[in-house]
Design a protein. Sequence first.
Length: 138
Amino acid sequence: MLVQVIKEPEGRKGAKVSTHISLPGRWIVYLPYAGYVAGSRKIAHEDERNRLKQIAETFGKGEEGFIIRTAAEGRKEEEIRQEFRDLRLFWSDILQDAEWMEAPAEVYQSADLLPRLVRDYIVGWTRLGMLELARKRK
């Protein structure tokens, strides 16, 4: 069973974990087992929110779900579609790594502050960079 740490252990309390896995990207959050698409309420125009939702609804297969982030506002469909492919590939890599690990094990550790800032604010952040950072963290 794969879980995601939602809150680190603190004092005598253990870590808070969830089976609701989420992989954040710059424009979307990939939810491999959610089965729904949602748009950020912070996207000002309903037409734009609907456009982005329609784009995301074409991505998923089966249980996959997505949250469209506010940063996706005004982005081209192909940019969002590429990020979706990158996140799906990243999830596939995580699943493959988890297959050969003996539980309990840390399969993936999310990016520290600097890589998250790069992902969210620097244009041109590529799948290769994201995947390489993830592999180095294992």
